[in-house]
Design a protein around this ligand. Structure first.
Ligand SMILES: Nc1ncnc2c1ncn2[C@@H]1O[C@H](COP(=O)(O)OP(=O)(O)O)[C@@H](O)[C@H]1O
Ligand SMILES: [Mg+2]
Length: 397
C-alpha cells in the first residue's frame, strides 16, 4: 500500500514518527498522525476543517501522554488505530478518484476513526467527515486528482524543493554492523556506542538526532574513519578501511569522505577558493581551480573567491566549508550539526544549498542535527539513544 502514498503523505507520517519519538512513545497513534498532519500543512488543515491547528495541536499534545504514556522504549510501529486510519485514507482516496493517498485523505481517515481522542477533538471543534469531504470535493487544489502529485514542499518553511527525486537507487554505500565505542572511565567503562547497525544507500540524506552527549559526533567520526571503533565492522562497498595502514587510511579518507563541522574549521590565512581546494592539493591534485570555482558558484559565493574567512559571515563561511567537503567528490558526506552555530534563517539557507547540491550530484550524506525542519527534509531519520540507533523512519529505496 505504501506506493500509493504521495510525498506529502509520507512526510506526514514522518512528522508523526518524529512527534511520537519526542514523546518517548512506543507506537504511532492516530493522535500523532493528527499532529503530523498539522505540522505538514497547517494552512490547508485550517482551510479544510475550519479549526485552528494551533488549538488542536495544544490539546493533542496534552492528550498524548495520557493515551500513550511517556517513558516506554522507542520502537515505532503504527498502532492498530493508525493502520486503520491509513486503510480508511486509501478508501477516501478511491472515493475521490485520487490515485494516491494525500494528506487530505489521512484527515478523512482520522475523522472516520470512531471514538479516538483525535477524532473527538476534531469533532468537538466542528470538523466532520461531511464538511471535510465537501471541502475536498469543492477545492480542486485540495485533491490529488488523477496522477498529479502535490508540489510536495509547497508550504514547507524551507521553500522550493530541489529537482532531483529523493528516492535512492538501493546501491549500498556503507554497511555498519555491531559497531561499539567504549572509553575507559573512572571505575566503570563508558559505553558510548553499544552496537550500531546501519546500511546507507547511495543518494540518501540521513539525519541523526539525539540528545547532547548521546554519541552523534563519536558515530560520525567513526563513519568518517577519523576515530576507530572498539568493536564491530564498517565497510565502504567491499572495503574495510580500518584494515588499511595509517597512511593508506588517510588517503582513503581524503578521497572518500567529506566533512562539514559545526564550526567551519577553515584556515584563516587562505582565501575561500584556496580553502576549498585544500583537500585536492593535499591529495596531490594541485593546479586546476575550476572545480573549486564551480563549487563556490554552487554555494552562491562566485564573487567571494578571494576573500579570507574573516571577511565572510558565519553562513558564508559554512558555505565555503560545504564546498570544501565536496571538492574530492566523496562517497560519503558527513555533517556534524552543520547549522548549529548559525541563526535559524541562515541555517535554512545553508541547508537548502547543501540539499540542492547533494541531490544534484547524487551524493550520500549523514548529518547530525537538532533542527526538526532540517531533519524532516532528510530521507531518513535516526535517533541515537543509549548507544543505539532507533529508526524513526525507514530507508526510502
Ligand atoms: N575521548 C573521550 N574520552 C572519554 N569520553 C569521551 C571522549 N570523547 C567523547 N566522550 C564522551 O562520549 C559521549 C558522546 O559524545 P559525543 O559523541 O560528542 O556526543 P554528541 O555529539 O551526541 O553530543 C559524551 O558523554 C562524551 O563525554
Ligand atoms: Mg556532537
Amino acid at each position: 500500500m505504501f506506493e500509493r502514498y504521495t510525498e506529502k503523505a509520507r512526510r506526514l507520517i514522518f512528522f508523526a514518527r518524529y512527534e511520537a519519538s519526542d514523546f518517548g512513545s512506543s507506537e504511532i497513534t492516530t493522535e500523532q498522525l493528527l499532529v503530523g498532519l498539522i505540522r505538514e500543512d497547517p494552512a490547508r488543515f485550517e482551510k479544510l476543517t475550519g479549526v485552528s491547528p494551533q488549538l488542536i495541536r495544544e490539546q493533542i499534545v496534552r492528550e498524548i501522554p495520557r493515551q500513550n504514556p511517556i517513558g516506554k522504549s522507542i520502537d515505532l510501529p503504527l498502532s492498530a488505530g493508525a493502520k486503520r486510519v491509513l486503510a480508511y485514507s486509501a478508501d477516501e482516496a478511491d472515493r475521490l478518484r485520487s490515485r494516491r493517498i494525500g494528506t487530505e485523505h489521512i484527515l478523512l481517515g482520522l475523522l472516520r476513526e470512531d471514538d479516538t481522542p483525535a477524532e473527538r477533538l476534531l469533532r468537538q471543534h466542528g470538523a466532520t467527515l461531511e464538511t471535510v469531504r465537501k471541502a475536498c470535493a469543492d477545492t480542486n487544489q485540495a485533491l490529488d486528482a488523477g496522477d498529479v502529485a502535490y508540489p510536495w514542499y509547497l508550504d514547507s518553511d524551507l521553500g522550493e524543493p530541489p529537482e532531483a527525486p529523493v528516492q535512492t537507487s538501493g546501491e549500498v554505500v556503507i554497511e555498519v554492523e555491531g559497531l561499539t565505542k567504549t572509553y575507559p572511565g573512572v571505575g566503570e567503562p563508558l559505553h558510548i556506542l553499544r552496537g550500531i547497525d546501519l546500511t546507507v544507500y547511495k543518494g540518501e540524506i540521513i539525519a541523526i538526532v539525539g540528545q547532547s552527549g548521546s554519541g552523534k559526533s563519536t558515530l560520525l567520526h567513526i563513519l568518517g574513519t577519523i576515530d576507530r571503533p572498539t568493536g564491530g565492522r564498517l565497510r565502504f562497498g567491499d572495503q574495510d578501511p580500518f584494515a588499511l595502514n595509517a597512511e593508506d587510511l588517510a588517503g582513503f579518507r581524503r578521497r572518500s569522505v567529506g566533512f562539514v563541522f559545526q564550526f567551519h574549521n577553515l584556515l584563516p590565512e587562505f582565501t575561500a577558493l584556496e580553502n576549498v581546494m585544500m583537500p585536492r592539493r593535499i591529495s596531490g591534485h594541485a593546479g586546476d581551480n575550476r572545480l573549486g570555482v564551480e563549487l563556490l558558484e554552487l554555494v552562491g559565493l562566485r564573487n567571494r573567491l578571494g576573500h579570507r574567512p574573516g571577511e565572510l559571515s558565519g553562513g558564508e563561511q559554512q558555505r565555503v566549508a560545504i564546498a570544501r567537503a565536496l571538492v574530492n567528490n566523496p562517497l560519503l558526506v558527513l555533517a556534524d550539526e552543520p547549522t548549529g552555530a548559525l541563526d535559524n534563517e541562515t541555517g535554512k539557507v545553508v541547508f537548502q544549498l547543501f540539499e540542492r547540491i547533494q541531490r544534484g550530484k547524487n551524493l550520500t550524506s549523514i548529518l547530525a542535527t537538532h533542527n526538526a525542519s532540517i531533519a524532516s527534509r532528510c530521507n531518513r531519520l535516526l535517533r541515537l539513544e543509549n548507544g543505539r540507533l532507533h529508526e524513526i523512519s525507514q530507508p526510502y529505496v
